[in-house]
Design a protein around this ligand. Structure first.
Ligand code: SAH
Length: 228
């Protein structure tokens, strides 16, 4: 069974609409939607926003169910100048941008000196790539933290330390972290809701939240054709 995780109602509902034979089970405050997506057996849930919510709910999921792989869907803030809203970003690796114990030698970058860089499953990336050659899809490094990124100071900090990062969001790295603890493969498939360098990107986020959620859900649906 594949676990699919979105942080917000809008992201989860976009995927729920594509599911069949849905039944709900709650564990604590987390609601798990069991069913099929494009004929694959899946369990979908809302993590809530931020690293702790994501780590907590993903841990509950992976300790209660037998999960073969995890897909994190939803929205992200684009970090690159040539991106557009609704582009798709897919993780090849992911880390926390705001985890900082650098005085002790753990670097804030994507090198092996950072203990918290998590790599997506290689076969997932390959299969995703084969499936989506012509669309506006970016595959590369993503970063997560407990901040909505919108101001110059935050952006400079991220682009200075993680120049290769394609996009930023608030859950992916902690989902990947829990997956690595449980030895479960993961991939992040999100759609860009806002470009962080644009002024008032929180308004763009609100405007594109639904459309980006639908696009992320659609790519996740198609990915079920090839995921094992
Ligand atoms: N409006 C929400 C908060 C949204 S936070 C509320 O009031 O509760 C933004 C969410 O979308 C997070 O779950 C994050 O993963 C993603 N996201 C999209 N754009 C982002 C950006 N520019 N910076 C950080 N996270 C972003």
């Amino acid at each position: 069974m594949i676990a699919i995780i979105g942080a917000m109602d809008e992201e989860v509902n976009a995927l729920l609409q594509l599911m069949e034979d849905v039944r709900v089970e709650s564990i604590g405050k987390v609601k798990f939607y069991h069913g099929t997506l494009n004929s694959k057996e899946v369990v979908l849930f809302k993590s809530g926003i931020g690293l702790s919510m994501a780590a907590m709910s993903t841990s509950i999921c992976l300790s209660h169910y037998s999960i073969d792989g995890v897909v994190n869907i939803g929205t992200a803030g684009g970090l690159k100048d040539n991106q557009n809203v609704l582009d798709i970003v897919v993780s090849d690796k992911i880390t926390y941008h705001d985890f900082d114990i650098s005085p002790f030698g753990n670097t804030r970058d994507f090198s092996s000196n950072n203990r918290f860089v998590f790599h997506s499953d290689e076969s997932y990336i390959q299969k995703f790539n084969q499936l989506n050659k012509d669309e506006r899809v970016w595959i590369g490094p993503l970063v997560s933290g407990n901040q909505f990124i919108y101001n110059e100071k935050q952006i400079n900090d991220i682009t200075h330390n993680f120049p290769e990062a394609l996009a930023v969001e608030m859950e992916g790295a902690s989902i990947a972290h829990v997956c690595s603890e449980f030895n479960v493969p993961f991939i992040v498939i999100r759609s860009i809701s806002d470009l962080v360098k644009n002024p008032k990107n929180e308004m763009t986020f609100d405007e594109y939240l639904h459309k980006a959620s639908e696009r992320s859900a659609k790519f996740c649906y198609n990915f079920m054709n090839v995921i094992e």
